[in-house]
Design a protein around this ligand. Structure first.
Ligand code: ADP
Ligand code: MG
Length: 260
């Protein structure tokens, strides 16, 4: 579903991403790990199409089509959805207005939205300006709620586990897991929503199973593999371990082409 080839991205004339290659097949959930400042948010915002992230080289392909010429609205219409690490407060727009917009465009969504309002415990925030006066955990919950009700086909979550306490994390983790499951109309099989979950500490992965993880360091993907194995090493020895790990020297990485 998503294929990124040799992606180079600049912000304000400084190159942040140096040739990213990443593939997420349809129905898989992948994690993007990496130390602070390694370029995780930059990659997500670039895929979404925020104009300040300048692609100088490479391709972003969704379902076989290069989307680089599409603007952010067109990409959203294709079904790309994000939950931001630091969502903005939007004065003058109530959460209920966004929901009404979704329902106006498709009345069948009302029932689903009502279920989601209950699941995310959003009732008391519906008539407030978006994110205004909410605690950090509440903002995370509201941001996740907003992206989930838009039913994206390709979902990216930027650090859904940062800045929240363990109880909130357990609730959010459970709800994400549930929302990622799409019932397949052909039978009882449960398919998952193609997604990329960005996490620095990996706490969300205690609740959400991922098929594969990618490690981003200094704007380059340096390792692909089993998320739990990678996280165990990182938890023991920090991201410093990854920098020293023999497997991850650029030379070996290119030769080995580690598989999930
Ligand atoms: P991560 O999400 O992995 O912590 P980011 O993608 O936010 O990393 O940032 C990667 C690098 O790009 C950092 O060095 C950061 O300071 C820089 N950066 C991000 N956004 C901007 C911006 N708007 N202007 C200048 N530099 C930026
Ligand atoms: Mg970030």
């Amino acid at each position: 579903m998503l294929e990124i080839k040799n992606l180079h991205v600049k912000i304000e004339s400084k190159e942040i991403l140096h040739g990213i290659n990443l593939t997420i097949p349809d129905g898989e959930v992948h994690a993007l790990l990496g130390s602070n400042g390694s370029g995780k948010t930059t990659l997500m915002m670039t895929i979404m199409g925020y104009p300040e992230y300048e692609v100088t080289k490479g391709e972003i392909i969704i379902n076989g089509n290069d989307i680089l010429d599409l603007d952010i609205t067109e990409r959203a219409k294709l079904g790309i959805g994000i939950s931001q690490q630091k969502p903005p407060t939007i004065k003058g727009v109530k959460l209920r207005q966004i929901l009404d917009f979704f329902i106006e465009s498709n009345s069948k969504r009302k029932e689903y939205i009502d279920i989601m309002v209950e699941k995310f415990n959003m009732d008391k925030f519906l008539d407030r300006d978006i994110n205004s006066g909410l605690s950090c955990g509440e903002i995370k919950r509201s941001e996740l709620f907003q992206v989930m009700v838009s039913l994206p086909k390709f979902l990216m979550l930027d650090e859904p586990d940062s800045g929240i306490d363990p109880e909130q994390l357990a609730i959010i983790g459970g709800v994400i897991n549930e929302c990622l499951r799409i019932k397949d109309h052909r039978g009882p099989t449960i398919k998952r929503n193609t997604s990329l979950i960005i996490t620095h500490l990996g706490n969300i992965l205690d609740y959400v199973h991922v098929d594969c993880a990618h490690l981003l360091l200094d704007g380059s993907i340096r390792c692909n593999g089993n998320a739990m194995i990678m996280l165990n090493q990182i938890k023991k020895a920090g991201y410093e371990y990854c920098i020293r790990c023999q497997k991850l020297t650029q030379d070996n990485f290119e030769k080995e082409e580690l598989k999930c």
